[in-house]
Design a protein around this ligand. Structure first.
Ligand code: PMP
Length: 457
């Protein structure tokens, strides 16, 4: 039973002492006051239980207060919290060896940070130092961080401030096979395809050619002939689970490397088994990046991030002293190490594949039933449901309508996320321990919310 501070008092403090922007985004019209969590469940201060299908933005990868991770954290908390890495402590070494074993050669050198923005900021710096070039390319609609440097990589205007964000960042066309100008029913690697007819000729993806053509145009128009790097999320997160044509990243990587650039896979949301078929999202695109950045799910909600790269790139980064007080602290390493063990022991990746595929297949039936569900996509438990005014126009469902459905789903006890450039995509990125029963409950709730909205309209 909750006996803490009242809701009114919390809101008062929020008004007086908290980042004022957070007042605007309590996410719901009637905010959710969370007090406790266990696995896929959250309880508010009134004791109401929610099924959490957003996991604090794909972060609580294994479950709230997962008993195995909690136990590992407690063991470390009693032993050693911190020394700064000027000394050698075993936890960091055990973890780095373990994490490296999950990555293909030559990705073996690890830099530990405290967040995804910090990891991407570092990756950018390393790419520039290694290549001797300056320009970075990312997709429109991507999110790679909120620091002044990474804000240039991020391409989503609500997250951009009117200051000189990182120079040398160019955002190229998003190869979005649902909302973009090209795309069709065989383009992407998902159990559910788009509703658009495919332009493919004899198994050749015409949409891919078009989007790659746009990237080539960016090379021709917007950057010097030599670039520093290219960042891509294997499936966009904040962008709303946007997926690219199957061969896009493979071809893009080749073009980037021809121009002296290095390829960076931002696995902040897609890593650690979330896409189900693979441990890392890039593996689903059949590419090996030069650098992988990670955060969120790496620590099941504990702050830790990482950049993993090759010995050659790491060597180019040795000319000055890179220091990070908290990066790789004994506690963070113990948590992250336990996360890796738990993924194995709990069969988390397999569950993500099974439950995610089931969820998308069932959601596709709702898409066929309702005019306003335009697209269902994703892999494993990285899922997007894009809402439209109607299927013919594919115009985004307006924010008020999104909000009405979103709020109703919450009132019925399920928390999901929102994303996309126009806030038009519901995001489902739960703790990966969810079951088919949880999915059935969500489907009933979502069906009811969409049905209710259509009835009122
Ligand atoms: N990359 C991606 C793909 C993200 O989704 C985010 C956070 N939403 C970040 C980087 C930045 O991570 P952080 O908030 O930990 O700085």
């Amino acid at each position: 039973e909750y006996k803490g501070m009242s809701k009114e008092r919390m809101m008062e403090i929020r008004r007086q002492n908290c980042n004022p922007v957070t007042m605007k985004i309590t996410y719901y019209k009637k905010p959710v006051f969370i007090h406790q969590g266990h696995m896929q469940w959250l309880w508010d201060v009134d004791g109401k239980r929610y099924l959490d299908l957003f996991a604090g933005v794909a972060t609580v990868s294994l479950g709230h207060c997962h008993p195995k991770v909690t136990a590992a954290t407690q063991r470390q908390l009693k032993r050693l919290w911190h020394t700064t890495n000027i000394y050698v402590h075993p936890t960091l070494h055990e973890y780095c060896e373990k994490l490296a074993s999950y990555l293909p050669d030559p990705l073996k050198v690890i830099y530990l940070t405290n967040s995804g923005s910090e990891a991407n900021d570092l990756a950018m710096l390393m790419a520039r130092l290694h290549t001797g070039n300056f320009d970075m390319i990312t997709f429109r609609g991507s999110y790679h961080g909120g620091t002044q440097q990474t804000m240039g990589l991020t391409s989503n205007s609500p997250y951009k401030y009117p200051v000189a964000t990182s120079l040398g960042c160019t955002n190229t066309m998003n190869p979005d096979v649902f909302r973009g100008p090209w795309g069709g029913s065989h383009c992407r690697d998902s159990p559910v395809q788009t509703i658009r007819d495919c332009d493919c000729a004899q198994g050749h993806c015409m949409a891919n050619d078009q989007y790659i053509g746009q990237l080539k145009e960016t090379f021709a128009t917007s950057v010097p002939s030599q670039i520093a790097g290219f960042f891509a999320e294997p499936i966009q997160g904040m962008g709303g689970a946007v997926q690219y044509p199957k061969n896009y990243l493979k071809e893009a990587y080749k073009l980037v490397r021809e121009r002296g650039g290095i390829c960076i896979s931002d696995e902040v949301q897609t890593g650690f088994g979330r896409t189900g078929s693979h441990f890392w999202g890039f593996q689903g695109h059949d590419v090996v990046p030069d650098m992988v950045t990670m955060a969120k799910g790496i620590g099941n909600g504990f702050p830790i991030g990482a950049v993993v790269t090759t010995p050659e790139i790491a060597a180019s980064f040795g000319k000055a002293f890179h220091f990070n007080t908290f990066g790789g602290s004994p506690v963070a390493c113990a948590v992250a190490s336990s996360v890796l063990d738990t993924i194995k022991e709990d069969g988390t990746q397999q569950n993500s594949l099974n439950v995610g595929t089931y969820l998308m297949t069932e959601l596709a039936k709702l898409r066929d039933k309702y005019e306003i569900i335009g697209d269902v996509r994703g892999k494993g438990l990285q899922i997007g449901v894009e809402m439209v005014k109607d299927k013919a126009s594919r115009d985004p469902l307006p924010p008020e309508a999104m909000s009405e459905i979103f709020e109703h789903v919450k009132d019925m006890g399920v928390l999901i996320g929102k994303g996309g450039l126009y806030g038009q995509t519901f995001r489902i990125q739960p703790p990966m321990c969810i079951t088919k029963e949880d999915v059935d409950f969500f489907l009933a709730v979502f069906n009811k919310a969409v049905h209710g909205y259509m009835d009122r309209k």
